[in-house]
Design a protein around this ligand. Structure first.
Ligand code: ADP
Ligand code: MG
Length: 319
């Protein structure tokens, strides 16, 4: 039996289904990411997992404890299961240290002080412990929120796009630090995000959610090479429809640019990106516009190019 399990969770709001028979089993210390577009039911799922929203049907279990929802429990939520989201509120008028101490006020003073010191060390917040939240950067504030949630040593941490308002560099750094810390603590983690790239920085184990349903599960390589639908394929990159072939697509990074060959096109746009130039190529046959990566930055707007790809890279996607 697994450690944390969400069994056949369905949630309907009025007549709208936000989640449909969602099932997920996690072992202790396992980290998993749930990726889906906005409105796919991610926040609803985590609130149900934390016992903060009542499901329409289905059960949540932590070990042999059934998680009760707000209609079954006087004080909603559990110390064992902590949910952090983007707008997590710190106490604005007290210091970092006092913010982290808040959930520990009922604990023995020695334990409390030890615990606070350890969290300040683990999250690299020692230098800021006397500051107020508004005197910190977004990334630092988010770390304090995480320290606060971890103060009571939860078994399960649920992350609801908590890094969305950080810049890319802060975000990557925080995800890596957090990954190390959570592994060390043996915390079981569900991380939900619309951004597959963020998800893969934390864990290689991904569940794809679409309109409240699991559409695919797997590791990054599986999902990228064998997506079951256009929705899953597009989480990795854009895809180009191959003319005169049904449901067949090719990724911009799987196309090679040649000076002779079969598929002729003209470069109509070129953008200089960090790792390659991203070209828009209008195909001569059919006029389709493809996105093509030019890693050697060789081609200019107006150039004639021939496009080539290996048959094994073609994705056949019926939906
Ligand atoms: P996500 O976090 O993936 O963006 P949500 O769980 O917030 O998705 O929402 C899933 C669906 O449920 C959406 O269509 C949303 O409009 C609906 N929904 C979420 N919360 C409520 C609510 N409190 N009342 C009615 N509908 C809601
Ligand atoms: Mg959400």
């Amino acid at each position: 039996m697994s450690y944390f399990s969400l069994r056949q969770i369905t949630k309907t709001y009025d007549s709208q289904t936000a989640l449909q028979e969602f099932t997920l089993e996690l072992e202790k210390g396992e980290m998993i990411a749930i990726v889906g577009e906005s409105g796919s039911g991610k926040s609803t799922l985590l609130r149900i997992a934390a016992g903060l929203t009542a499901q329409t049907s289905g059960e949540v279990w932590l070990g042999d404890q059934k998680i009760l929802n707000p209609s079954q429990k006087l004080v909603p939520g559990y110390d064992e299961i902590k949910l952090i989201h983007q707008d997590y509120q710190l106490f604005p008028a007290v210091t970092v240290e006092e913010n982290i101490a808040r959930p520990l006020l009922q604990f023995d003073v020695n334990y409390r002080e030890q615990r606070i010191q350890r969290l300040l060390d683990q999250l690299g917040l020692n230098a800021y412990k006397e500051r107020l939240p508004r005197q910190l950067s977004g990334g630092q504030q988010q770390k304090v929120a995480i320290a606060q949630a971890l103060a009571v040593e939860p078994e399960v941490l649920l992350l609801d796009e908590p890094f969305s308002h950080l810049d890319a560099i802060q975000k990557r750094k925080l995800i890596l630090e957090l990954k190390e810390l959570l592994q060390e603590m043996g915390t079981t983690v569900i991380f939900v995000t619309h951004d597959l790239d963020d998800a893969l920085r934390l864990t290689d184990s991904v569940v794809i959610l679409q309109k409240g349903k699991v559409v695919q599960k797997g590791n990054s390589k599986d999902l990228c090479e064998h997506p079951k639908s256009r929705y899953v394929a597009r989480l990795f990159s854009s895809i180009n429809l191959i003319p005169d072939r049904f449901n067949s697509y090719i990724r911009p990074s799987d196309i090679r640019l040649r000076t002779k060959g079969e598929i002729l096109g003209h470069v109509i746009d070129s953008r200089f990106l960090v790792h390659y130039n991203s070209l828009l190529v209008r195909l001569k046959n059919g006029g389709e516009i493809w996105e093509v990566d030019d890693p050697v930055r060789k081609y200019k707007i107006g150039d004639r190019v021939y496009l080539h790809f290996d048959e094994e890279k073609v994705l056949v996607l019926k939906s």
